[in-house]
Design a protein around this ligand. Structure first.
Ligand code: MF3
Ligand code: CO
Length: 236
């Protein structure tokens, strides 16, 4: 999983460098696929429940699962990149959100807060903590900054499957759910918006957008709870 997630991080870094005004989102997908071929890994999302591409590119009010296509990015757009691979039977999964050129101050704050909430969630990954301590830590940071936490999508266990139990909501009271133990591996993924937390799915059956059209952000790391504490597998 360390190797799978290092490769995920490298590919996200490569794709991030290409995010600039004028690039079409399908070009980002092509780059991710090319980088998978070079590294001899399988993109995890392509074909997953019929998802048609290798990366999810979600722009502005799109929260998650945006399908790459002929759309050109423009300055001011907020772009979430979500990507996973399978390597020797194990999965890696991570997401980042970046601005295209100059983005609004509000959008910059949303991006920074969402990343901060991910690290607050990760800081709860200690033996003896309860699963919902992660959820509560994320929610506290996001709502404390005045932003909304998406409730319809969750983080998850990860390992020999992309999505394993348990589900990890990004909200809720602390002290509930399974007790965290050494050896567990999770994908923690706060999804947030400038406005409300309600989402709807577009006609394509995948793209989730905020109901009020407000801008969204998404960060994700795969982490392992080891004898020596939490290891962030998908960070370079
Ligand atoms: N990273 C997402 C997740 O954690 C994306 C997977 S959905 C897919 O669940 F269909 F695109 F694969
Ligand atoms: Co995930």
């Amino acid at each position: 999983m360390e190797v799978a997630n290092r490769i995920v991080a490298e590919i996200l870094e490569g794709v991030k460098e290409k995010v600039q005004p004028g690039i079409e989102t399908r070009e980002l997908d092509e780059l991710a696929e090319e980088m998978c071929r070079q590294r001899r890994v399988k993109p995890a999302f392509k074909g997953y429940r019929g998802y048609p591409r290798s990366i999810c590119v979600s722009v502005n009010e799109e929260v998650v699962h945006g399908i790459p296509g002929p759309r050109s990015l423009k300055a001011g757009d907020v772009v979430s990149l979500d990507f996973g691979v399978k390597y020797e039977g194990f999965y890696g999964d991570a997401a980042i959100t970046v601005g295209v050129g100059d983005v609004s101050e509000k959008a910059r704050a949303l991006i920074a807060t969402t990343e901060e909430s991910l690290y607050a969630g990760i800081a709860q990954v200690k033996a003896g903590q309860r699963l919902s301590d992660i959820s509560h830590a994320v929610q506290t940071v996001v709502e404390g900054a005045g932003f909304g936490v998406i409730r319809e999508f969750v983080g998850h266990g990860i390992g020999r499957s992309l999505h394993e139990d348990p589900q990890i909501p990004n909200f809720g009271p602390p002290g509930r759910g399974p007790t965290l133990q050494v050896g567990m591996t999770f994908a923690i993924e706060p999804m947030t918006s400038l406005g409300s937390w309600q989402v709807r799915i577009l006609q394509d059956g995948w793209t989730a957008i905020t109901q009020d059209g407000s801008c969204a952000a998404h960060f994700e790391h795969s982490v392992a709870l080891t004898e020596n504490g939490v290891l962030i597998l998908s960070r370079l």
